[in-house]
Design a protein around this ligand. Structure first.
Ligand code: SAM
Length: 255
């Protein structure tokens, strides 16, 4: 069983094994304290994290520290979704689209106007516009919209075939995930699905600073059930070179 990353023993063991990571972690710790003091809630906090990270490097801000890795992570998400049902005619909502690491491939593949990306960070959405220019995707008319919550009130009923959120709930407390589950069903067409990744722990649920959140699968499955979703654990995703796990939600027949 994995030991909680928030435990002091884990942190000390990790520091001894990875001395070069001590300084960057201390910097994160100081930044965490500063943002906690100066932001009112989690979304404002994480928006500040993204502002600071995007100013340094937009690709690093979404978790890829080399361009090669950015391309590979985007490709991995895209290939998986195409192998698991994404068709060019689908209408897709990407929650936490970042600077379109996978989004640029989705936009190129989907019919014009069928991609809708939302994010809490205006800074990363400006970087996403740069990605659209770099990949010559303006003619596909992708929508990119900043949001302050996941109530999705500005989106129409039963509109999307596919909802996708990669590496977003790994940065979200449970109330943010619950807000999403409570509202996302309304914008999904009958038969639509919602794929998301999460940092899975088999031990105690925990968080590192306010940036990284670790959940047990059964917590998210039970929460999804409460909002009328069936959840499938995507076993074949586990074989890919990625640390997070993936769940697919579909609306229960009775919902
Ligand atoms: C690690 S990045 C991943 C970006 C993109 N999904 C990808 O795979 O490249 C996480 C993104 O989710 C966004 N995000 C975090 N919490 C969010 C929330 N509650 N609602 C919408 N976006 C959120 C962040 O601003 C950031 O752009």
């Amino acid at each position: 069983m994995k030991r909680s990353r928030s435990s002091l023993v884990h942190q000390l063991t990790y520091a001894v094994k990875n001395p070069r990571k001590i300084l960057p972690h201390l910097r994160r710790l100081v930044r965490d304290m500063w943002f906690r003091l100066h932001t009112r809630d989690h979304v404002a906090y994480y928006r500040a994290v993204m502002r600071s990270d995007t100013a340094r490097d937009p690709e690093g801000a979404v978790g890829s520290h080399t361009h090669r890795r950015w391309l590979a992570l985007g490709r991995m998400q895209f290939d998986y979704l195409v192998e698991h049902g994404l068709k060019p005619e689908c209408r897709m909502l990407e929650i936490g689209c970042g600077n379109l690491r996978a989004g640029h491939l989705f936009i190129g593949y989907l019919h014009t106007g069928n991609y809708y990306g939302i994010d809490i960070s205006p800074d990363i959405l400006v970087a996403a516009q740069d990605t659209i220019v770099t990949y010559g995707l303006a003619d596909k008319v992708p929508y990119l919209t900043p949001v302050r919550d996941l109530r999705l009130g500005f989106l129409p009923d039963a509109h999307f075939d596919v909802v996708h959120a990669h590496s977003v709930f790994s940065h979200s407390p449970l109330d943010v995930i619950e807000e999403c589950f409570a509202h996302v069903g309304r914008v999904m067409k009958p038969g639509a699905w919602f794929d998301f990744t999460f940092d899975r722990t088999e031990g105690k649920e925990h968080q590192v600073l306010r940036e990284d959140f670790y959940y047990r699968t059964e917590t998210l499955v039970a929460l999804a059930d409460r909002y009328g979703f069936d959840a499938a654990f995507m076993d074949d995703w586990e074989r890919l070179p990625h640390k997070q796990s993936k769940l697919r939600l579909t609306k229960c027949a009775s919902a």
